[in-house]
Ligand binder design. Structure first.
Ligand code: MLT
Length: 268
């Protein structure tokens, strides 16, 4: 459904009843990457899976807004929760770019949060080279559209075996990339390049936290994520076998099992 905020309409999948579980997608995708989790946890939780500003069926930024920061995306989520009259603590689960938004939710809207799930993401900021690459990518998106992503992005997002088998996960992600707004993706790419380093704040996280990473994630590797988890007090780290960066979509059964256990245990 569409939710009207002050300056934008956001699309948000809203399914089930109970404790709110909010799922934040990665770049340049939309809420459909969480289809297996929506189906499973919609039986026990109220699952909210928004399309972030500029993605999926949410409004693209206006022409004069060429950058959308991670703080803006966190403030959008805060406003969305207000619009839905949700005032109980949420379980916030973000993948990659969605994880960058989790850091800003922790910094800016800590009282919204009950538990955190960080999937295939990182706490550090971009190196100058990576930030420069994002600007080049943003220009290319604005002039050519999203199609060129399909040449290189699947190899980064998925385990080699997922691509070889041409699974539904692979096909549906290619479709989300095709559907995404070039202007929205360009603005978020610039926003990611501007994000700050959250590494020194990991020790301040005072929430039950689960950190999950696909075994073959080449973007945020298991080693990097395991070391990140070790800095968050009490956090649990789990590696999902036979999956790359898109672990919840690539290998949903073990992912859902790990998430389900965390949701049950951390309630006690
Ligand atoms: C994502 O999956 O959201 C991206 O890999 C994030 C990034 O480009 O840093």
């Amino acid at each position: 459904m569409k939710i009207k905020l002050a300056d934008i309409e956001l699309n948000c999948h809203d399914e089930g009843r109970g404790e709110p579980l909010v799922l934040l997608h990665g770049f340049p995708l939309d809420h459909r990457m969480w289809s297996h989790q929506i189906r499973e946890f919609g039986k026990t939780h109220r699952v909210l899976a928004p399309d972030l500003r500029g993605f999926g069926k949410s409004d693209a930024p206006p022409d004069d807004l060429t950058t959308v920061t991670m703080t803006q995306l966190a403030d959008d989520l805060d406003a969305l929760l207000d619009a839905l009259a949700i005032d109980s603590p949420i379980i916030l689960c973000g993948l990659s770019m969605g994880g960058y938004v989790c850091w800003e939710m922790f910094s800016r809207h800590r009282d919204r949060l009950g538990r955190l799930v960080l999937c295939d993401t990182r706490a550090g900021k971009d190196s100058p080279e990576v930030a420069k690459g994002r600007e080049i990518m943003a220009h290319r998106l604005e002039s050519e559209g999203t199609e060129f992503f399909l040449e290189s992005m699947p190899a980064k997002l998925f385990a080699p075996e997922t691509i070889r088998r041409g699974t539904n996960a692979y096909q549906s992600t290619c479709q989300s990339i095709r559907d995404s707004s070039p202007r929205g993706a360009a603005a978020a790419a610039r926003g990611m390049a501007l994000r700050r380093d959250f590494s020194s704040q990991l020790a301040e996280i005072d929430l039950p936290t689960l950190v999950v990473c696909g075994q073959y994630d080449a973007i945020s590797t298991p080693d990097e994520m395991c070391s990140m988890a070790s800095e968050i007090p009490g956090a649990r780290f789990c590696e999902i076998p036979d999956a790359g960066h898109m672990a919840p979509l690539e290998n949903p059964e073990p992912f859902n099992q790990v998430l389900g256990e965390f949701l049950n245990e951390s309630l006690q």
